[in-house]
Design a protein around this ligand. Structure first.
Ligand SMILES: [Zn+2]
Length: 288
């Protein structure tokens, strides 16, 4: 022990890094808080981190604010897009077979209701499954922090090492993060889960429902304008193209994608869907 210390002192700063993290970090002893004291289990809420982040204006670096909101907005726009295309496709498909306006109304309402509920249900199921997985991971992590605190400290410091920190810095960083809120540190840096922001399946289902409805109502309303049948169809197609132009532009704007292409793709897909539905409807209309 004495020998080693002397060697380190003589070797200087350059060499000591080579033989690594085995005890040569003189003075830096990281004492694991006792389980009884409640530390390191994420149970004692420390004051929130208030590190000041000053991102560049064009970067979206705010992980808990605008990025999350943008994801919701994006999901909403995509849901509306789904509503527009699937309700319009159904109405136009029926119109290919039957030129009675009442049929368009029934088809549109049915498509709107079924679509909104199925989107909401699908969202509920998938977000619930994701949430269950996240909760299971978090409770496993909680158990490990309580029972294997030393392993967990090493684990987190290794994760920080893979991000480019030296062994010493990584250990210090891991220690400090765990002192602050151990569960949160492991959740975010090991599992990639923010424990404060688990998605609520009901909220996801509701917003899916509303966004599908808000899109799908457009072709339904235009299908009920009292004008001759051919003009009515033209109005639906035109309104759908316009609506898809807007949703395409907004989602391209959010995603930072090339706007003109994304919009063109979105509008063409909608028009293609209506054309295809029309052809299928006509085929059945002729047969019936
Ligand atoms: Zn861990």
């Amino acid at each position: 022990m004495d020998d080693e210390r002397r060697r380190n002192a003589m070797g200087g700063a350059g060499e000591s890094g080579a033989d690594g993290n085995s005890g040569s970090a003189g003075g830096d002893v990281y004492r694991i808080p006792s389980v009884e004291s409640g530390g390191w289990m994420g149970l004692t809420k420390k004051k929130p981190v208030v590190a000041e982040v000053t991102p560049h204006a064009d970067e979206q670096q705010d992980p808990e604010g605008s990025a999350g909101k943008l994801n919701w907005l994006r999901a909403g726009v995509l849901g509306a897009n789904d509503g527009i295309v699937s309700v319009a496709g159904t109405i136009i498909g029926v119109a290919g077979a039957d030129n009675n306006p009442r049929s368009l109304l029934i088809a549109g309402v049915a498509a709107l209701a079924a679509g909104a509920f199925s989107m909401a249900g699908g969202e509920y199921v998938s977000v619930s499954a994701q949430r269950d997985t996240e909760k299971a991971l978090l409770s496993k992590e909680r158990w490990e922090l309580k029972n294997l605190p030393e392993d967990e400290l090493n684990e987190l410091s290794q994760i920080y090492e893979t991000k480019g920190m030296t062994a010493q810095t990584a250990k210090k960083a891991a220690y400090e993060a765990m002192q602050h809120d151990a569960l949160r540190a492991h959740a975010i840096d090991e599992l990639g889960i923010n424990p404060d922001e688990l998605t609520n399946p009901w909220q996801a289902a509701f917003s899916s429902f509303v966004s599908f409805l808000s899109g799908g109502i457009i072709p339904l309303l235009f299908s009920q304008i009292p004008v001759p049948f051919a003009i009515r169809i033209c109005l639906i197609v035109f309104s759908v193209a316009l609506a898809l132009l807007i949703t395409g532009a907004v989602s391209a704007q959010i995603g930072g994608a090339a706007r003109r292409r994304a919009v063109a793709r979105n509008v063409l897909m909608g028009l293609g869907t209506m054309l295809f539905a029309w052809l299928v409807g006509m085929l059945f209309g002729i047969r019936g």
